[in-house]
Design a protein around this ligand. Structure first.
Ligand code: COA
Length: 481
């Protein structure tokens, strides 16, 4: 684990400077989120104008707090932040989480430099400024003014945009995607993406990372950190400023320099990151990678009750480099034992529009047991003769009974009842989507990730070889008379 960030994510005590008595103010909301989230460490509100806030004794300054504080969350106006740094400096705190706006993003780079210099002088690192805070569910710590009802799980978000980060938190609740951490990066005056990526890479609770990046301060370090993450777990990047106009917007948002789109695409590819264009796709991938990230073999089976859905999925898979193969002969013979004459037993297998859930169960169960079938895409289109929830139950029954760990991804299309079936599947660890295309694209991401990982492995291997050759050359020169 990246030791230098351990206390940020596992603090023994947190102080909130600017903890307001007014429930509508940011300092109040952060304190309330920390308390309602169930954080087990000590919490100290700091406000010289208050005696007590949310039932806790308020302290006039960080230096007057009797116990050890690891993290100081700062929610006072920018012009007061340097005073707070000086005051917190002697307290032994290691991290300042500065929510306040009014720094580089509004042309006050001097104030931002002063903040980092003073903090460093006192041995403190700075997250922010200009952020909405951070969340880490293994510590039950929600030190943010985002939603309070974050579900614990395996997806970590890093967001340079506050509003988008907050929206991602909300979206994760609606979509039922569990979160390990959410880190608002803001101006990245000190702690940057690479630091957080290194922590999350080692974090066993994080299965997949989604990063919204507008620009980075140290491109080489980002490339190295992202590459090392990709070798361990998928990194999904929403890169902002893909166009010239977008890049200009990013520059005025967090004051970061966003390099040209083509350069970025190359860097992200070399780093093995899965680049996505929109939040929906990022979440689709997050659902998939929360469930699986082992790299499956090449043979994907598509089972559908609608021919069109099967074709759409086949196209999407192929567009993403995954081609359907012929099914093993014994599997086809088995399908013939229960499917009607007019069903198609070629891949994609069309079990017909009126297929009872038992057909799904039988086709899936045998496929999960079959050593030559490596991943399964189950598609369902709602018809008046079928029941989406029962179909979902049949899928889960097969998956749970076989317990093979093979990727099974579902695309269920239809009305409100289908929505419930999708939730049912998600809650039981089967990534499920409302269209065949999204399901196919998510499954294909597993293969794309495998390919990107190979790119990283080859690049690192090449660098090692070059390094070794240079070293040997140096040794040879050194022994020459
Ligand atoms: N130490 C501790 N508390 C102090 C203080 C000090 N030196 N000086 C004042 N306070 C108290 C105030 O009395 C107040 O408490 P009260 O309401 O109980 O009186 C509280 O701290 C907040 O101070 P206030 O001056 O009212 O600030 P504010 O709440 O209006 O705004 C920020 C503070 C940080 C929220 C605001 O300056 C800001 O930057 N907002 C933007 C934040 C943002 O959008 N971040 C990026 C998100 S992506």
């Amino acid at each position: 684990m990246a030791e230098h960030l351990r206390k940020l994510f596992y603090p023994r005590a947190v102080a909130v400077v600017g903890a307001s008595r007014d429930p509508s103010k940011i300092g109040h909301i952060v304190l309330r989120n920390i308390l309602s989230g169930g954080y087990q460490g000590r919490v100290y509100p700091v406000n010289p104008n208050a005696e007590e806030i949310l039932g806790l004794r308020a302290y006039p300054s960080v230096s007057s707090i009797p116990g050890q504080v690891d993290v100081v969350v700062v929610a006072v106006p920018a012009h007061k932040v340097l005073e707070v740094v000086e005051d917190a400096g002697g307290s032994g705190a290691e991290y300042l989480v500065v929510l306040s706006s009014g720094f580089k993003e509004v042309g006050r780079a001097d104030l931002e430099r002063g903040l980092v210099e003073r903090a460093r002088r006192h041995g403190m690192r700075v997250l922010g400024p200009n952020i909405f805070g951070y969340v880490y569910t293994p510590s039950r710590l929600n030190a943010s003014f985002g939603p309070s009802n974050v579900l614990p799980g395996g997806v970590a978000f890093i967001s340079q945009s506050g509003a988008l980060g907050i929206a991602l938190m909300g979206y994760s609740v609606v979509e039922g995607v569990g979160v390990s951490g959410v880190v608002s990066m803001g101006n990245k005056a000190d702690i940057d993406d690479a630091d957080i990526l290194e922590f999350l890479r080692e974090d066993p609770r994080t299965k997949v990372i989604i990063a919204y990046v507008e620009g980075v301060t140290d491109g080489r370090r980002f490339l190295e950190a992202a590459s090392s993450v990709s070798l361990r777990k998928p990194l999904v990047v929403l890169k902002a400023g893909r166009t010239e106009t977008g890049a200009k917007a990013a520059a005025s948002h967090t004051g970061s320099l966003s390099s040209g789109p083509a350069l970025w695409e190359g860097v992200l590819r070399q780093a093995g990151a899965l680049q996505v264009r929109d939040v929906e796709t990022a979440f689709d991938y997050a659902k998939l990678f929360s469930a699986f990230n082992a790299l499956p073999g090449p043979n994907v089976l598509v089972v559908t009750n609608g021919g069109g859905a099967g074709v759409q999925a086949t196209d999407t898979l192929a567009e993403n480099g995954v081609y359907l193969r012929e099914l093993p002969a014994d599997y086809v013979s088995y399908l013939r034992t229960f499917l009607p004459e007019f069903a198609s037993t070629r891949n994609p297998v069309d079990i017909t529009g009126g297929a009872p859930d038992e057909f799904y169960y039988l086709a899936l169960r045998r496929a999960l047991e079959h050593p030559e079938i490596h991943a399964i895409l189950v598609l369902y289109c709602q018809t008046m003769t079928t029941n989406p929830l029962r179909t979902a139950e049949a899928v889960v029954r097969a998956v749970e009974e076989v317990g093979s760990g093979k990727p099974v991804v579902a695309g269920f299309v239809g009305s409100e009842e289908v929505r419930r079936a999708i939730s049912y599947l998600l809650e039981r660890g089967v990534p499920a989507y409302p269209t065949p295309e999204r399901a196919a694209q998510a499954l294909a991401a597993l293969y794309r990730y495998a390919a990107l990982r190979r790119v990283v492995e080859r690049r690192l291997e090449y660098l090692r070889t070059i390094g070794e050759r240079t070293r040997l050359l140096g040794e040879r020169r050194a022994v020459q008379p």
